[in-house]
Design a protein. Structure first.
Length: 284
């Protein structure tokens, strides 16, 4: 019996690429339903995994803004954050979208740092009871590999113009002047983050230590300090969006089958990696 199982596993391994190709072909060329579809009036946009680029999601946001049939958008967030510029791009795209139609941001898992920044200009923020919210802060880090380089006999040679051109280098310990320069940079970025949060959420910037300062909140505490509006599950977030959009019968926009398949494949991979490194786990 084990021999047969082994042969099956071996066959799957040898033909995996071919099976994957056939699966994708099946998804692409599968006949579409002959039943006419009702025009979609609501759309869900997912912000999943580390934020390294904003191009794809900003295009989705802009497309939803231009679509007159779409009356409201659910921003489904499960991300630990990421790079500052793309987080700001998404945040300001949501701000512009909100001028035209209501946006409900839903924290389905993690809404922290850059992904919280991305969500602040939504009409309302609703968080799953078990989600993690906050981490309003900025970090810059680099390894000091000088001891390792010395051990293996590697030295750097540098020609530079500008006192701070090597600020942040991993090849040696930073000087006091370089550290001060980098601290100024992170402080400027942090101040912008806090200012935008205070403006978007109607919070007192003078009391930012209570809701910012890189605090990581449970949904309950996030609501207490004003970072979110309500605690609930996804169905409640959808109901709230229907209310804000004055929709009595929701028809959610569906993605193209191939696009949906690839997004699901990509999303599951990202979430599996993310769940390993981030988040609270409940296990027996």
């Amino acid at each position: 019996m084990f021999s047969k199982i082994g042969k099956i596993i071996k066959w799957i391994g040898e033909h995996f690429k071919g099976m994957l190709f056939l699966l994708i072909a099946l998804v692409v060329f599968m006949p579409k339903s002959s039943t006419p579809l009702t025009t979609a009036n609501l759309q869900e946009i997912a912000l999943t995994g580390p934020i390294m680029s904003a191009d794809k999601i900003v295009k989705e946001i802009e497309k939803a803004q231009k679509d007159k049939n779409i009356k409201g958008v659910l921003l489904n967030v499960n991300s630990p954050g990421g790079a500052v510029p793309p987080s700001i791009e998404i945040s300001y795209a949501i701000k512009e979208l909100q001028k035209h139609k209501p946006v409900i941001a839903y924290a389905s898992g993690i809404m922290a740092s850059g992904s919280y920044y991305s969500s602040i200009f939504a009409k309302k923020i609703i968080a799953n009871p078990g989600s993690i919210v906050g981490s309003i802060g900025v970090i810059m880090e680099s390894a000091d590999v000088s001891a390792l380089m010395k051990t293996i006999g590697v030295k750097t040679q540098v020609v530079k113009q500008g006192t701070y051109k090597e600020a942040g280098t991993p090849t040696r310990e930073w000087t006091k002047e370089e550290r001060a320069e980098l601290e100024t940079l992170t402080k400027d970025t942090y101040d912008l983050f806090v200012k935008d949060v205070a403006t978007a959420r109607g919070l007192d910037i003078a009391a930012s230590k209570s809701y910012a300062d890189a605090h990581i909140f449970s949904s309950k505490r996030a609501k207490e300090v004003g970072l979110i509006d309500d605690i609930g599950v996804k169905s409640q977030a959808k109901t709230e969006l229907m209310k804000e959009a004055n929709i009595t019968k929701a028809v959610w926009k569906e993605k193209d089958k191939f696009e949906s398949f690839m997004d699901k494949l990509e999303g599951e991979t990202i979430l599996n990696i993310q769940s390993y490194f981030y988040g609270l786990k409940a296990s027996m």
